[in-house]
Design a protein around this ligand. Structure first.
Ligand SMILES: C[S@@+](CC[C@H](N)C(=O)[O-])C[C@H]1O[C@@H](n2cnc3c(N)ncnc32)[C@H](O)[C@@H]1O
Length: 260
């Protein structure tokens, strides 16, 4: 399947109306934000005129953007490469009364033209891999003001020796995937200081990601008029869910809260 067709199929599955576009949950966003807010740097930035300057990379339809906007005095530059996600994020933000704090930005995060030190807080849930994790760590370090905080979720091995089927699936899907200690080392090598990290609970996969996604997959299968490639994409996403069900103790997302 050509890349464009592949993206079309993915966008049909991950429709903007989905609750969220990757594993995550409000409680984990708030927990990471509490760690960030406890730093003297961010406390000071939040009190500044205009508040803190926040960058949300790969914001999608805004699950975390809106939680941040509700809890932060400041401005959020919400970046995504797909306009329908930005539109839905902004519609949801308006409905929650926080759109005034958010500037949607249609851009490839790798091509973002931000000045050095332009942000006090850089956030990204389940999206940094789109840029390449290590490349993203270096770019975000530049975009953060000295003392600024970065909070990201990243897919990681919990067990350095996972079962072969699971390892093979992710070797193809996410060749950069590391274990938690390897991921922490990558942050340190890129000049970050560790503030906190924690694993996302199973509920962060189950409730707002897997449950609605399975419903969506079966709806699309019922109405399937697509090509073999489109059906192949439905199978692939279903396989991702099945792999999670079978092997979730071996991998998952971790939240990393780091400081420049
Ligand atoms: C797995 S989704 C996560 C979305 C959201 N953070 C969430 O947790 O629901 C990844 C997001 O990154 C966006 N994305 C993919 N490649 C991108 C790129 N190169 N630059 C900016 N955004 C990108 C996708 O459009 C999608 O919204």
């Amino acid at each position: 399947m050509h890349e464009e067709e592949q993206m079309q199929s993915l966008h049909e599955i991950f429709d903007p109306s989905m609750p969220r576009l990757g594993p995550g949950e409000d409680a984990s966003t708030v927990k990471a934000l509490d760690v960030a807010r406890a730093t003297p740097f961010l406390k000071k930035a939040l009190l500044r005129k205009g508040g803190a300057r926040v960058l949300d990379l790969g914001c999608g339809n805004g699950a975390q953007t809106i939680q941040l906007a509700k809890r932060i005095d400041g401005t959020i530059l919400a970046v995504d490469v797909y306009q329908p996600y930005l539109d839905e994020m902004f519609r949801r933000a308006e409905a929650e009364g926080v759109a005034g704090k958010i500037t949607p930005c249609l851009s490839d995060m790798a091509a973002l033209e931000a000045e050095e030190g332009a942000f006090d807080l850089v956030w990204s849930e389940g999206a940094l891999f789109c840029m390449g994790f290590r490349k993203a760590l270096a770019a975000c370090h530049r975009w953060l003001a000295p003392g600024g905080v970065m909070a990201v979720t990243e897919l990681c091995w919990f067990n350095p020796e996972p079962p072969a089927e699971c390892r093979q699936f992710f070797t193809e899907m996410c060749p950069e995937m590391m274990d938690v200690s390897g991921t922490l080392s990558a942050f340190l090598e890129n000049g970050y200081k560790h503030l906190d990290h924690f694993l996302l609970p199973e509920s962060a996969w189950r409730d707002k990601y897997i449950a609605p996604l399975e419903k969506r997959l079966s709806l699309l299968r019922q109405n399937a008029t697509g090509t073999a490639e489109k059906l192949g994409m439905l199978d692939l996403i279903q396989k991702e869910i099945d792999i999670y069900r079978r092997y979730h103790e071996h991998y998952g997302y971790a939240f990393y809260v780091m400081q420049r």
